[in-house]
Design a protein around this ligand. Structure first.
Ligand code: SAM
Ligand code: SF4
Ligand code: SF4
Length: 364
């Protein structure tokens, strides 16, 4: 057993001291001059919801075989990779899934990750249903920010979208638990699908105005291959701003920082702000600094990628931290991804033929 760190269940021992032999911080940039800054980690492929746009119930039935435990990255493996990513310049982490709060003791992982040198910001995206029993632990573990997904306050609409699992009231209870634990300015994500929940977005705006939380509308995206996406179902930035603005006038705001995914608008009467994530109508590939790590340890450089690079295999075969550093740096340096910019020029057939990884593997 390594003295410096508990041995991973299956793999090699990574001594934190060995990180000292790595090159000085040397953030790679990709072929479009985009640095590697953010890492999204999917900690489980399982979920207690069956959102029709992500894990439709007809496919993800009782019989669906999720990853066996041995295929999941262990916490030690995730921590080791995050140390390497931090050496490469990653300072922001987002923990996601599947439903990340289903991964046992995820708060222990957050404690490990948030104390890594160079990691300035640790966030988590959740459907909130387990927050009543987890929010306190997450806060104590050092989680900085929480994003909660909530597509509608209308019970029937929400249930239709989440596979008839739970009601909006249960998500709101999760939000109350997060507030009680000390989380402030939550982001509330709503995926807008025309003909499904677009008629309920003004109610969401009304509910969260003045709450201190930031409601973010996400244009419905063609992630994965299982949701029969088509452009007619997308409510665009302009349509969303029009719909909300009719009841609550909005003023555009400047981005907080380069690479911010949401376009910002504030309520003219000072009751806070909303964000709109415009992957379809106004792509933001030019500033995209996000890498993704799947539950089984595949490094993916775009939400719409059809494949990635296995990091778990080399790690379990004994690769050193320096070798992992070089591997990740090389992948990022060769990155060319700009799918959302290309989407508009693709025919429906070309788009549908293109293999893509699934949202729950990539963590959103
Ligand atoms: N289970 C957690 C949740 O729902 O918050 C975390 C994982 S989920 C994959 C992350 C985010 O991706 C959620 O906010 C979800 O609404 C969003 N999402 C999933 N599929 C999407 C799609 N096709 N288009 C836009 N957003 C999507
Ligand atoms: Fe689960 Fe989140 Fe996907 Fe819905 S969007 S099925 S809550 S992982
Ligand atoms: Fe980044 Fe790919 Fe999305 Fe473009 S399409 S913003 S490259 S994840």
């Amino acid at each position: 057993m390594c003295a410096a760190r508990a041995e991973p269940e299956t793999g090699t021992c990574a001594d934190p001291e060995s990180m000292k032999i790595l090159p000085a911080k040397n953030t790679p940039v990709d072929t479009r001059n985009r640095p590697l800054r953010d890492l999204r980690i999917s900690v489980t492929d399982r979920c207690n919801f069956r959102c029709t746009y992500c894990m439709p119930a007809e496919i993800f039935s009782e019989k669906y075989e999720f990853l066996p435990r041995r295929d999941l990255l262990t916490f030690e493996e995730i921590e080791r990779l995050v140390r390497v990513f931090a050496e490469l310049g990653v300072s922001k982490l987002r923990i996601s899934g599947g439903e990340p709060l289903l991964r046992s003791h995820v708060d222990d992982l957050i404690l490990q990750l948030s104390s890594i040198e160079g990691i300035a910001d640790t966030a988590l995206t959740t459907n909130a249903t387990l927050l009543p029993r987890m929010a306190d632990k997450l806060r104590k573990a050092g989680l900085g920010r929480l994003t909660v997904s909530l597509d509608s306050l209308d019970d029937a609409v929400f249930r239709k979208m989440n596979g008839d699992k739970l009601s909006p009231a249960e998500v709101l209870e999760g939000i109350v638990a997060a507030e009680a634990a000390g989380f402030t300015q939550l982001k509330i994500n709503c995926v807008v699908q025309k003909g499904v929940n677009d008629h309920t977005i003004v109610d969401l705006a009304r509910h969260f105005r003045g709450s201190g939380h930031i409601l973010r509308f996400i244009e419905y995206m063609d992630v994965g291959t299982r949701n029969d996406w088509n452009l007619e179902q997308v409510m665009s930035l302009d349509e969303i701003v029009d719909a909300i603005g009719q009841d609550f006038p909005l003023i555009p705001l400047e981005p907080n920082h380069i690479g911010e995914v949401a376009k910002r608008w504030e309520y003219a009467d000072g009751q806070g702000e909303i964000g709109i994530i415009t992957s379809v109508s106004k792509p933001f590939c030019g500033d995209c600094s996000r890498a993704r790590l799947t539950t089984d340890g595949t490094l993916v450089t775009c939400l719409f990628a059809n494949s990635g690079t296995d990091l778990r295999g080399p790690m379990r075969d004994g690769a050193s931290d320096e070798e992992l550093f070089e591997l990740i740096s090389g992948i990022w340096s060769a990155r060319t991804d700009r799918y959302s910019e290309e989407r508009g020029q693709m025919t429906d057939a070309a788009r549908q033929d293109r293999a893509r990884m699934e949202m729950y593997q990539l963590g959103g």
